[in-house]
Write a protein that binds this ligand. Sequence first.
Ligand SMILES: [Zn+2]
Length: 49
Amino acid sequence: MMYLVVCPQCRNHMKYDTKDTLLAKKVKRCVYCGRSFSVRQNLLKTLPK
Ligand SMILES: [Zn+2]
């Protein structure tokens, strides 16, 4: 699945691609400011593939 997530620090949007649908413990590192954040809590929407 491909997700659109937003960084809670710099508010930039980025894509997060994973085969796992359980996002509870997934953490992504922001490509802009380097902050790690929870994917699930900052999820904007699911992108169609
Ligand atoms: Zn950021």
